[in-house]
Design a protein around this ligand. Structure first.
Ligand SMILES: [Zn+2]
Ligand SMILES: [Zn+2]
Length: 355
């Protein structure tokens, strides 16, 4: 089982993009392997068996395991549970399982779920050093309405003031708030503008295909026109927008694995990026359905956020990882670099002038 970092995995996926089952050849000194890649969401065991029996060669069967294997829909879970039968059909075929985000708990349980006996595990630290991690408590507000409004209004106003300088931003919000945020932007920009001129957009599972294609194609450009995208967690795994430099969450997702996977959309070209998570006490209350303790701990910790995420995958912060104000909002608090000390003095001056 391979626990690739996101870049390595992205490179692999680029090789096999497109259909749900792919075949490619890998030449070694001794023989040619035909590699069948299976996207777990759409596994078709009958098709795989057909391919196997029609071409008489060795195969490596590969399977990309998403971090949230167990939290996806019923269809996905059913497909995943069937993969182990491949080992029964083809016991001698080498089998590689790939993931960008496997927690230590998943690493312990998934090999047996796949029917793998004593697999060789190759791991790489999944740290994304170019992403600055930030947790913010939502501003005190009388209602949920004000809490979300405070977040998207600030961003939309910044976008309006300077669209070209605004970093390409993906903002995760509940569906109803995606609609509210989009309406606010529309009003701010003076009413409805043509799809091909619009600076913002919304991605959700039932978005119109024409709108979705326009958005995703634009976001793949070197300098996208669209700078602010409101989205739900339904944004697909294949969504690839290398210029995203800021991922904002209006509320915590259900667990830390989902969070890490979702912020992985930032900084994919290696550019400096930021991941901001907003939370309120209500968002992380013990009665929120499906909420895992790991994401609650991430919101509450006063320790290093990078350490907290990496510990979830059984890793610690590498020596090469950013430190102080380049690492996370918690490390920034105790940073004593010249720029942070100057910032602290300026804040103190402002406070004393105000009194
Ligand atoms: Zn840190
Ligand atoms: Zn600093």
């Amino acid at each position: 089982m391979h626990n690739y970092n996101v870049f390595a995995l992205q490179q692999f996926i680029l090789h096999i993009k497109g259909a749900h089952v792919h075949e490619m050849c890998m030449h070694s000194m001794m023989m040619t392997y035909h590699i069948i890649h299976i996207s777990t969401c759409n596994i078709n065991l009958r098709l795989i068996r057909l391919i196997y029996f029609s071409v008489h060669h060795f195969y490596i069967t590969t399977c990309y395991i998403h971090c949230s294997t167990y939290s996806r829909g019923k269809e996905f879970r059913t497909a995943f549970q069937e993969i182990h039968t491949l080992k029964a059909y083809f016991p001698s075929v080498p089998f590689a399982a790939l993931s960008g985000t496997l927690t230590t708990e998943q690493l312990r349980t998934i090999p047996s779920a796949l029917g793998l006996h004593k697999p060789v595990i190759i791991e790489e630290n999944p740290d994304r050093p170019n992403i600055f991690l930030e947790v913010k408590k939502k501003p005190q507000a009388d209602s949920t309405v004000d809490q979300y409004e405070g977040i998207y209004i600030t961003e939309c106003d910044k976008l309006f003031e300077s669209p070209s300088a605004y970093p390409v931003t993906l903002m995760y919000l509940p569906l109803e708030w995606c609609a509210e945020a989009s309406s606010y932007c529309e009003e701010k920009f003076g009413g409805q503008v043509a799809l091909t001129d619009c600076r913002y957009g919304v991605i959700f599972s039932r978005q119109d295909k024409v709108v979705l294609d326009e958005l995703t194609n634009d976001l793949k450009k070197d300098t996208p026109r669209v700078r602010l995208v409101f989205c739900t967690s339904a944004v697909g795994m294949g969504f690839n927008a290398p210029n995203i430099s800021h991922v904002i969450h209006g509320k915590p997702p259900r667990n830390l694995s989902d969070y890490f996977q979702e912020i992985g959309r930032a900084g994919r070209s290696g550019q400096a990026a930021k991941a901001t998570l907003y939370y309120s006490p209500r968002d992380i209350a013990s009665n929120v359905p499906g909420l895992k303790p790991d994401i609650v701990a991430y919101c509450k910790t006063e320790g290093c956020l990078r350490e907290t995420i990496l510990a979830n995958y059984g890793f610690s912060k590498p020596a090469s990882a950013p430190t102080g104000c380049n690492c996370c909002s918690n490390c920034k608090h105790s940073c004593e670099c010249d720029s942070c000390l100057l910032e602290a003095v300026q804040i103190m001056d402002l406070a004393s002038n105000g009194t």
